[in-house]
Design a protein around this ligand. Structure first.
Ligand SMILES: [Zn+2]
Ligand SMILES: [Zn+2]
Length: 522
């Protein structure tokens, strides 16, 4: 088949997609690439609890320890009983293979409701097993540099794949896999590129083209002068090196920092004139280990942190915490990394002539002084699914906390200092969310701090020890919240509740610190 004759351009993605040991068993099977919709697909289905993939068995155990039975949950709600006393799921649905109810009787009783999401869970089940199967995943062979004469299209995934000459992404499953791999770099490109779906005046008819505000048009015009060459120029090492690098700061980095590094080259291919320096910053940023972990661990089935329980109660999808490419392997490195120029555990890698990746395991506010001053022409911030509107896990233990209890959001606690800092830089900040509800919650958390504050902006406030209320953050919207054409097409089921199905980077929006003439700096 043609899959086998094509050179493997992306060994790391390949390794990421499935364990090394199955590489050859896949290559030498008699019919290596049969139609996934045929008999091969049937063998992809396994109940998670008896899956041949250890990571998926672990996922089943995690769900059983976290997810309440929906039928029992309703009963408890009617009786006014607390959610914590609701029996967890134990019975595995034979159709989707997920543990979904406390018993077969409750599963049967709940059929009408369960049928609404059972097929989607089945898809998740088969996708996960396919990812771990020996199938040769030609869709992970990512194309190289773009021909200068041909212009990539960033209107949608389909046009992107077509104009970038992606192979083997014809099937829906392949599209889901590749979109999950590429959603981070291509979402960034979609926002930044002058041919992106949001670029002002470009589409005219498309509703995405109208989401860029007047402030957004100004910000993007500034960035485009730095990102794109003058007409008729030809990219070369000298033109690139003459340029100031574009710095992309990815804050609160989690899964995106554990992508195979070469995946970021896809961003570079869309901007052949531009040098990028990407900084993944966050306490959960994944530092590379020397040994590449097999895919069984890549999706991170670490037990949830105690803090996650809080969000579980609120029915919020929680992304799995990346395993940082094996904590134990990384630990040995961390000691040597402590002494890096940034003073925190960090790692820098050049994946190509134009892409430099640096990961810093730290909070942004602790390292940002090293990166200043910031320039809205060359610096852009991103926060992928930051969960700003999630209830803050540490709100309850806040020393200055009044009677606010668990109602404070992460925007007001974990993210507050970071957001203030980024807004002060006047550089663009683009954010994504898992679902319409997630994005809406994040936006609301910025508009109305969890402690209700007066709308006045008096400067007389002594910010001494007055715990609350927080003043609202002052920002302009650059990109109105809405769907992201480069969202992952692959569904993710919440471990705390498989009924919650979301997609990474479903939506995107953008803001920037409000511009004032005076009094910006403290
Ligand atoms: Zn039940
Ligand atoms: Zn089911």
């Amino acid at each position: 088949m043609q899959h086998l004759s094509r050179p493997i351009l992306s060994r790391a993605a390949y390794a990421w997609a499935r364990p090394q040991r199955t590489l050859f068993s896949g290559l030498f099977r008699k019919s290596p690439t049969t139609d996934p919709s045929s008999a091969a697909a049937a063998s992809l289905f396994h109940p998670l609890e008896s899956s041949p993939v250890p990571a998926l068995r672990a996922k089943a155990a995690l769900i059983k320890s976290l997810a309440p039975c929906p039928v029992c949950l309703d009963t408890a709600a009617q009786q006014g009983k607390p959610r914590s006393h609701v029996p967890k799921v134990a019975f595995t649905c034979p159709d989707c293979g997920f543990p979904t109810h406390s018993s077969e009787a409750h599963w049967l009783a709940d059929q009408p409701a369960h049928k609404e999401y059972c097929a989607r869970l089945r898809e998740v089940n088969e996708d996960e097993h396919d990812l771990h199967s020996p199938r040769v995943k030609a869709e992970f062979e990512l194309p190289g540099a773009q021909d200068y004469e041909s212009t990539p299209s960033l209107a949608s995934w389909d046009s992107f794949w077509y104009t970038r000459n992606f192979k083997s992404v014809d099937g829906e499953r392949e599209q889901r896999h590749v979109s999950k791999l590429l959603t981070y770099p291509v979402t960034m490109a979609g926002v930044l590129h002058r041919l992106g779906p949001f670029a002002a005046g470009r589409t005219g008819t498309g509703k995405e083209g109208k989401r860029l505000t007047r402030e957004g048009e100004r910000s993007m015009a500034a960035l485009h002068t730095s990102l794109h060459p003058p007409m008729g120029a030809t990219p070369s090492a000298s033109t690139r090196n003459a340029q100031i690098p574009i710095r992309l700061f990815i804050l609160g980095a989690r899964a995106e920092s554990s992508l195979p590094p070469h995946v970021w080259d896809q961003l570079g291919h869309l901007f052949p004139f531009t040098r990028f320096e990407l900084f993944f910053v966050g306490p959960q940023a994944a530092l590379p280990a020397r040994r590449v972990q097999p895919a069984d661990d890549a999706d991170s089935l670490a037990a949830p942190a105690p803090a996650d329980e809080e969000n579980t109660r609120h029915g919020i999808y929680l992304p799995p915490t990346p395993r940082a490419n094996s904590e134990t392997t990384a630990l040995g490195q961390l000691h040597t990394l402590e002494t890096t120029e940034y003073g925190v555990p960090s790692y820098t890698l050049h994946t190509s002539e134009t892409i430099k990746l640096t990961t810093l395991r730290a909070r942004w506010e602790d390292v940002c002084a090293q990166f200043g001053p910031f320039d809205p022409y060359t610096d852009v911030f991103f926060a992928f699914c930051p969960g700003l509107g999630f209830p803050s896990p540490s709100a309850g233990v806040s020393a200055s906390g009044g009677a606010q209890g668990g109602t404070r959001t992460q925007a007001d606690v974990e993210w507050r200092e970071t957001l203030e800092n980024v807004l002060q830089s006047k550089c663009a900040l683009f954010l994504t969310g898992f679902s319409p509800r997630d994005v809406e919650r994040d936006v609301r958390s910025l508009q109305t701090p969890s402690a209700v504050a007066p709308a006045t902006t008096t400067t007389a406030d002594a910010d001494a020890d007055a715990p609350l209320p927080l003043p609202p953050l002052e920002y302009d919207t650059l990109l109105e919240p809405g769907p992201n054409p480069f969202a992952s097409l692959k569904w993710e089921a919440g471990d705390f509740d498989p009924r919650v199905l979301v997609r990474v980077n479903w939506g995107v929006w953008g803001i920037r610190g409000k511009r004032y003439e005076v009094g910006q700096r403290e």
